[in-house]
Design a protein. Structure first.
Length: 189
């Protein structure tokens, strides 16, 4: 009898701890809304680059990129100053822009810039097309398993960006990529 009392206590404690671990996180997620900020079309966003040039400097002083939001969107908080994630008002289109610095060999860097997408489980492949917009030159790619999913990696000097767009059509996505690149400038943060 004494043995049963001592074995029930830890079992009840374990069940209680397990239920807290399973129930509390979903309740907190439901209670804390996703932080979004409304952004008007034409609003400038500056992203500070990560990479060798951002850390060590170099002959090219640019370590950031600034671009204009192509249409009225909502910016989602990422906690990373090198990434911007935006979605259209109706949620139909999603735009992500990230920047790195210190690119000395774009041909080698371009495939590596897609590695974070692949690590996140996104299927991505270059489609053999090039993009020239404003001061930027790069390669386009597609996200074949994502509705309207397109992307581009492009560079200007030693700064490079990765842009992904998902939405209704690939044509609309490529237009948004061109709009972002045409309004982008490599700058010193």
């Amino acid at each position: 009898m004494v043995r049963l009392v001592y074995s029930v206590g830890p079992a009840i404690a374990a069940v209680g701890a397990l239920s807290v671990a399973l129930i509390v996180p979903p309740l907190l997620s439901a209670a804390v809304p996703t932080r979004e900020t409304e952004v008007a079309a034409g609003t400038s966003i500056t992203l500070t680059a990560t990479g060798i040039g951002a850390v060590h400097g170099g002959p090219d002083p640019a370590n950031a990129v600034t671009f204009q939001v192509p249409e009225r969107m909502r910016r989602l908080a990422t906690g990373d100053e090198s990434i911007a994630v935006l979605k259209s008002e109706n949620g139909e289109q999603r735009l992500s822009v990230s920047v790195v610095d210190g690119i000395t060999d774009f041909a080698t860097a371009a495939p590596r810039m897609l590695l974070p997408l692949q690590a996140a489980g996104v299927t991505v492949r270059f489609d053999g097309q090039e993009v020239y917009a404003g001061d930027w030159h790069g390669l386009t790619c597609v996200l074949p398993d994502t509705a309207g999913g397109v992307c581009a990696v492009a560079n200007s000097g030693d700064v490079a960006v990765t842009i992904t767009v998902t939405g209704p059509t690939r044509e609309a996505g490529f237009r948004m990529i061109a709009d972002v690149l045409n309004s982008s400038k490599a700058v010193q943060a």
